[in-house]
Design a protein around this ligand. Structure first.
Ligand code: SF4
Length: 245
């Protein structure tokens, strides 16, 4: 039996054993890796960003070995999965088990993505496009480095031939004009997804920080109907735009 490579530096903070939503066309398990180089104020996975409890790796590997042939794919999510030192070996082990692999990423680590793509270890990538680059540090913290790496990531994916999507969480600061700017900044994609922003609870540190900084412009969250209107508004630049609620 194929054995997944054991990687003691792989920090998995959570696992969803099956999902029909996270990997288009695949019944998949979702792994949430600890840690992120961003600090988005609206992050809903904040509890796994800083030193969360780490799952023992052996039961995760045993589960994935047992489910081979029953699950189609595995989603590498987070946190930011591309920060994991053992990601390449892990993805290779998943492919040896016959899984399709999806990478969720903020797009900041194109060099990591390149090694995965070069060896055919990723079948689908979902790349967060947070905001126009000029807003990145305000939205995602200084660790975002102004969105460095994002467009190299998109360019690499375009050249790779694998399926991928840009996904935009529609926070109130992204006006129609800013969304149009984002839509125009990329070639026409097969998937350009607008996601509904769900506010995190007031009192979480990140939210307080951004509200202090941007409260006059923040406004209220979009409602689903407005997201559909925004999708129509940017269809001229991204004809395959869709809404995810
Ligand atoms: S990129 Fe932002 S939203 Fe995603 S895990 Fe990191 S801090 Fe959270």
């Amino acid at each position: 039996m194929t054995v997944l490579p054991f990687e003691k530096n792989l920090r998995i903070a959570g696992m969803q054993k099956s999902s029909t939503l996270d990997f288009p066309g695949c019944l998949s398990a979702v792994l949430f890796f600890a840690g992120c180089n961003y600090n988005c104020y609206y992050c809903h996975n904040r509890d796994i960003l800083n030193n969360p409890p780490i799952l023992p790796i052996e039961p995760v590997l045993a589960f994935l070995q047992k489910r081979r042939g029953l699950l189609d794919g595995v989603v590498l999510s987070g946190g930011e999965a591309s920060l994991q030192g053992g990601l390449y070996a892990f993805a290779r082990g998943l492919k040896e088990l016959g899984y399709r692999v999806k990478l969720d990423t903020n797009g900041s680590r194109p060099a990591v993505l390149r090694t995965l793509l070069n060896d055919g270890l990723v079948d689908f990538a979902a790349v967060d496009y947070k905001a126009p680059l000029s807003m990145y540090d305000a939205i995602c913290g200084e660790g975002a480095l102004g969105g460095a790496g994002l467009f190299e990531t998109f360019g690499m994916l375009r050249d790779s031939g694998i399926a991928y999507e840009a996904r935009v969480t529609m926070i109130p600061q992204i006006t129609e004009k800013k969304l149009a700017e984002m839509a125009e900044s990329l070639p026409r994609l097969e998937r350009f997804v607008l996601q509904l922003y769900r506010p995190v609870f007031a009192g979480e540190n990140g939210r307080l920080r951004i509200l202090e900084a941007d409260a006059p412009d923040a406004g209220r969250p979009y409602v689903p109907g407005e997201l559909h209107d925004l999708a129509v508004a940017v269809r001229y630049a991204q004809p395959n735009v869709s809404v995810r609620l």
